[in-house]
Design a protein around this ligand. Structure first.
Ligand SMILES: Cc1cc2nc3c(=O)[nH]c(=O)nc-3n(C[C@H](O)[C@H](O)[C@H](O)COP(=O)(O)OP(=O)(O)OC[C@H]3O[C@@H](n4cnc5c(N)ncnc54)[C@H](O)[C@@H]3O)c2cc1C
Length: 347
């Protein structure tokens, strides 16, 4: 099948690109390996509540239903994305996974598990989270210890009885630690003290103030942007503090080694656990992309505001692609618009 633009990935980034391509009257198709729009949200842990309120979790052109100040859960977010796709009649080919992408004579050739596509432009919108990043020390840990990555964590019922170590105190690691601490003792390991920020100030959600202070629009190279990037990601709300006070969670330093059931921390202390949750992030995986010159030494795609070194190849949805909010639902639209404007210029 031939199309002007092929968008790979129908999550929020691909849908936002689709919205602007529709407005520009450009012929395009979005392919996605999953069977339903919103599945990347549906597949996350059961209790996931977004830290961005509904009013700041919107794609261009469609309001999030419900009260703007309310934090949406993962299923509401998935359903919002599904409604978005049908509202703008975005041409989605679901259950269609890209297996390879190459370029010849100015055209991109894409093979999938279904049909093949030829496109003049390609927008990669496969998200920042591909392969689970688990430290090598995991292989030294006894098989009696249950180990899972946060991407496979759904709820505390998956765990064995006994003490649980959550490694990584980002927003998901912290939310998961707080949830598990209602069922068993939790140790939360982090190389830094979590930076806790209130969810509300003066009766308004903190994102309202971030917006007013220009933080949401701060670009990666600006003074504010650099300052934010030099600090750990903040954790919104004080649930963690309450659970630490109740001795249900104990903070421990960075996890550096392991021996059998014992985990060794950077201060030399060690402790045994029956469960470990690795909330240690993800690695990029573009094995289907046969254009090695666009991949950097960390396996990520080289780009400047979404424009890659390969003419006609773009990316949307990367963290700090241009702003703090580039990989958030409320911010991805601006980057999608920028990339589509480049395609219009190239038309
Ligand atoms: C635990 C957690 C909490 C978060 N909380 C918030 C929050 O509160 N607020 C907020 O704004 N953001 C939040 N985020 C961040 C962000 O909004 C999400 O990561 C978002 O899902 C990224 O959207 P995306 O479209 O870029 O990628 P994804 O949602 O990952 O979508 C990528 C799509 O590409 C498809 N795909 C991948 N490879 C292929 C292929 N080879 N062929 C075809 N299709 C392919 C996938 O099936 C998928 O549908 C959170 C993330 C996590 C993990």
């Amino acid at each position: 099948m031939t199309t002007n633009v092929l968008v790979i990935g129908g999550g929020q980034a691909g849908l936002a690109a689709g919205y602007y391509l529709t407005l520009a009257g450009i012929d395009f198709i979005i392919v996605d390996g999953s069977s339903r729009v919103g599945d990347s949200w549906r597949n996350r842990y059961d209790s996931l509540l977004l830290f961005t309120p509904k009013g700041y979790s919107e794609l261009p052109g469609l309001s999030f239903p419900g009260k703007k100040e309310q934090l949406p859960n993962k299923n509401e977010t998935a359903d919002y994305l599904e409604t978005y796709a049908s509202n703008f009649q975005l041409p989605l080919h679901l259950n269609t996974s890209v297996i390879s992408l190459n370029k010849s004579n100015g055209l991109f050739y894409i093979t999938t598990n279904k049909e093949d596509y030829i496109a003049r432009h390609v927008i990669i919108a496969t998200g920042p989270f591909h392969k689970e990043a688990i430290p090598d020390i995991a292989s030294k840990i006894s098989t009696d210890v249950k180990q899972i990555h946060s991407a496979s964590y759904k709820n505390p019922e998956q765990l064995s009885e006994g003490d649980t170590l959550v490694v990584g105190a980002g927003n998901s690691g912290t939310q998961i630690a707080v949830e598990i601490s209602k069922h068993r003792k939790v140790y939360l390991s982090s190389g830094h003290r979590p930076l806790l920020l209130p969810l509300h100030i003066g009766g308004k959600n903190i994102f309202y103030w971030f917006d007013k202070l220009g933080i949401l629009k701060a670009t990666a190279h600006s003074f504010i942007g650099k300052k934010i990037q030099s600090r750990p990601d903040p954790i919104f709300g004080f649930e963690l503090k309450k659970r630490i006070k109740a001795s249900a969670i104990t903070l421990v330093p960075r996890t550096i080694d392991a021996k059998n059931k014992s985990i060794i921390f950077s201060d030399g202390s060690q402790r045994e656990f029956t469960n470990i949750i690795w909330s240690t992030g993800f690695k990029p995986d573009y094995k289907w992309l046969e254009l090695s010159h666009v991949i950097n030494e960390r396996g990520a795609i080289k780009h400047e505001r979404g424009i890659t070194p390969e003419s006609g190849l773009y990316i949307v949805g990367m963290p700090w692609q241009h702003r703090r909010t580039s990989a958030l639902i409320g911010g991805v639209g601006l980057d999608a618009q920028h990339v589509v404007n480049e395609i219009i210029r190239d038309h």
